[in-house]
Design a protein around this ligand. Structure first.
Ligand code: FES
Ligand code: FES
Length: 210
């Protein structure tokens, strides 16, 4: 055989071998992953919000915050940072406050979610909402739903004797002190700086002294 022909044959052999490896690899990947039609991108979900059950189908990547605002149209809960840093999106899940931007809605089927709309309404305000109004605990109001949900949960946390970083005596019942409230509310940012009035409102509802 001529040396040129031998060279071409070698090159053809290498190309065909590489193609065979690529096809085998692609087949392995295809076997490991479900096909597009098999992949569940959405879920059917029953969300109980403010005592009302909602049956929805949503993208699995939807946060609880977006489910509340975009799917259930409960826009009282605000989106500030969308990164767990401002507290504007605070809601209560089974009585505990969480940042709804940091959790997926599909994780909360069967949970009891409470938003600012569920705490009270005009004409029938929750005592914490009334106290915020009385003490001017807001200016623009953007952080306020989160502040109020957080405040209500904070008083429950103290009642349940859950310690904070400033709780001194872990063997005694936690007290509602201004220092405890400030520490526990530190995840709720108010860009208007209404902090002293917010503290006054919480202190009044707690029945303690600032
Ligand atoms: Fe959730 Fe800021 S929007 S913490
Ligand atoms: Fe404006 Fe708090 S009242 S951010």
């Amino acid at each position: 055989m001529h040396s040129d022909q031998l060279e071409i044959s070698r090159r053809d052999l290498l190309i065909s071998s590489a193609a065979a490896v690529a096809v085998t690899g692609a087949a392995t990947v295809a076997a490991a992953q479900p096909s597009g039609s098999d992949m569940a991108l959405t879920s059917k979900l029953s969300l109980t919000v403010n005592g009302k059950r909602h049956d929805i189908e949503i993208d699995n990547r939807t946060t609880l915050l977006d489910a509340l605002r975009e799917h259930l149209h409960l826009t009282g809960t605000k989106k500030g940072c969308d990164h767990g840093q401002c507290g504007a999106c605070t809601v209560m899940v089974d009585g505990r406050r969480i940042n709804s931007c940091l959790t997926l809605a599909v994780m909360h089927g069967g949970d009891q979610v409470t938003t600012i709309e569920g705490l009270g309404q005009p004409g029938d305000l929750h005592p914490m909402q009334a106290a915020f109004v009385k003490h001017d605990g807001f200016q623009c109001g953007y952080c306020t739903p989160g502040q109020i949900c957080s405040s209500v949960a904070v008083l429950e946390e103290i009642k349940a004797n859950i310690p904070s970083h400033v709780t001194g005596d872990l063997t005694a019942q936690a007290q509602v002190t201004p220092a405890e409230i400030r520490e526990r509310m530190s995840g709720n940012i108010c860009r208007c700086g209404a902090y002293s009035n917010i503290l006054d409102a919480i202190v009044e509802v707690a029945g303690t002294k600032a």
